[in-house]
Design a protein around this ligand. Structure first.
Ligand SMILES: [Zn+2]
Length: 111
């Protein structure tokens, strides 16, 4: 695997061979980038797929939330509205748990 580098100004992590003269996020000069140690780089590579799954889960939760709101607005009968309200609550909760997990990953360098 290629070397990863991290911008010490904004925290952007990218592949060394894709870095040109400036940070693509904050424009800091490339001298502001440090090469990540193998152990740190391994955490980033290892967690990439899992982080992607979390982001996809959050995206699905947003869709469930929108669907549930449509069902609540539709208001066919109390049982339906109850189910859609529960679906909305659960989707919001799972989304928040997933976000907390991602935040934990970032704090542990798994990003
Ligand atoms: Zn930067």
């Amino acid at each position: 695997m290629g070397k990863l580098v991290k911008c010490q100004v904004c925290g952007l992590i990218m592949e060394e061979d894709k870095l040109h003269d400036f940070c693509p996020k904050c424009n800091a000069p490339k001298e502001k980038f440090d090469v990540l140690a193998d152990e740190a780089a391994e955490k980033v590579f290892r967690s990439e797929y899992t982080n992607d799954l979390h982001m996809r889960l959050i995206n699905y939760c947003n869709k469930i939330e929108a669907l549930a709101e449509a069902g609540i607005d539709d208001n066919l009968d109390p049982a339906c509205v109850k189910l859609f309200k529960k679906a909305k609550e659960e989707a919001i909760l799972i989304k928040q748990i997933s976000k907390a997990e991602l935040a934990g990953h970032m704090n542990k360098g798994k990003w």
